[in-house]
Design a protein around this ligand. Structure first.
Ligand code: AHM
Ligand code: MG
Length: 323
């Protein structure tokens, strides 16, 4: 089996500086994985007693994972700047660096203390060199389609790294020696599925098209869709996306009528875009229910967005219902 290191070396069509940037992210994730695995033994579970920019309580591991990534990326001269779901503002790194790294250090925070899968999500953008001067937030506000690399590490039953440089997707599994070995090449998300993921407890807040769509699925074999659907909800987006990558499915986190979710819950830059690139590179689709996610012009680093992703037929149906 090919190691991740060997795979990176063989990617001649990818700029060496970009490969080195991704190497730093993955190296940080190995360190995060060691902390995640030990849990209570390393004293890393529980609340940090702090909040992030979106007013969410941070777990100790959120803070630790964030710091590990920042420390590692700051050492890499190719990194011009970084932005994190856990930081209020972006962090400028190396003036000569060409790349910008955005990340959700530990996605699925509510699952940390209960030993359910969590993950790190990352997105890499190229800094526009034609814009001179010091790094600005606008440098980061690029469409998802402009990402040059994206991926995630899922700390699950197995620890896996899923990565794209925009020519397919590769999956690596961490072995006991701390090496990543390639275990899948170009997984393809089937166009059709009979499995959906949504937080059903929010049903009373959903808008009409989402009510209608889930209604169709719940109607089963005798309904308009003519088949019985199964449901899964892990509450870790990385884990849901990984399941969909491996066997298909549709995932929805819609916006709804509550003031707190008028724009959706998930973050465009740290969650939707990087996972969207993986999904799109695997033959699946991602939308905010109206437009292609990867074509949305971001207006803020911490912008929230409605998310529908996965098997093409289902994502198309959701779009259709939204008119
Ligand atoms: P987080 O970044 O604070 O962990 O929140 C994102 C998570 C997603 O991983 C998951 O899909 C969703 O929030 C779970 O939401 P809910 O608590 O409604 O189940
Ligand atoms: Mg998250």
């Amino acid at each position: 089996m090919q190691t991740f290191q060997h795979y990176l070396q063989s990617q001649n069509q990818v700029a060496p500086e970009l490969r080195d940037t991704v190497r730093s992210v993955v190296s940080a994730c190995l360190n995060i994985s060691a902390n995640v695995r030990l849990g209570a033994l390393a004293g890393v579970l529980g609340e940090a007693g702090t909040g992030n920019v979106q007013g969410e309580a941070q777990k100790k591991l959120d803070v630790i994972a964030n710091q590990i990534l920042i420390d590692e990326l700051k050492q890499n001269p190719n990194v011009a700047g970084l932005a994190s779901e856990e930081e209020d503002d972006f962090v400028a790194c190396h003036e000569q660096g060409e790349y910008l790294v955005l990340f959700d250090p530990l996605d699925g925070s509510s699952n940390i203390d209960v030993n359910i899968s969590i993950g790190t999500i990352f997105s890499v953008l190229k800094r526009d060199k034609t814009v001179s001067g010091s790094l600005k937030v606008e440098d980061f506000l690029q469409k998802g389609a402009q990402q040059v690399a994206a991926g995630y590490v899922l700390y699950g039953v197995q620890t896996v790294l899923v990565l794209t440089f925009k020519h397919g997707v590769n999956v690596f599994t961490l072995n006991e020696q701390g090496e990543w070995l390639q275990t899948h090449e170009n997984p393809k998300i089937p166009e059709q599925t009979a499995e959906f993921a949504i937080n059903m407890s929010n049903q009373r807040h959903w808008e009409m098209p989402v009510q209608q769509y889930i209604g169709e699925l719940l109607a089963g074999k005798d309904g308009a869709r003519g088949k019985n659907y199964n449901m899964r909800w892990v509450a870790s987006m990385v884990a849901e996306v990984h399941r969909i990558l491996m066997r298909g499915g549709v995932f929805l986190y819609p916006k709804d009528n509550r003031d707190s979710s008028k724009a959706g819950k998930l973050r465009l830059m740290y969650e939707a875009n990087p996972l969207g690139l993986i999904v799109a590179q695997s033959g699946g689709k991602i939308t905010n229910a109206r437009e292609n996610m990867l074509e949305i012009q971001p207006t803020g680093l911490h912008q929230r967005v409605a998310v529908v992703l996965g098997s093409a037929e289902e994502v198309e149906r959701v779009r259709e219902l939204h008119g």
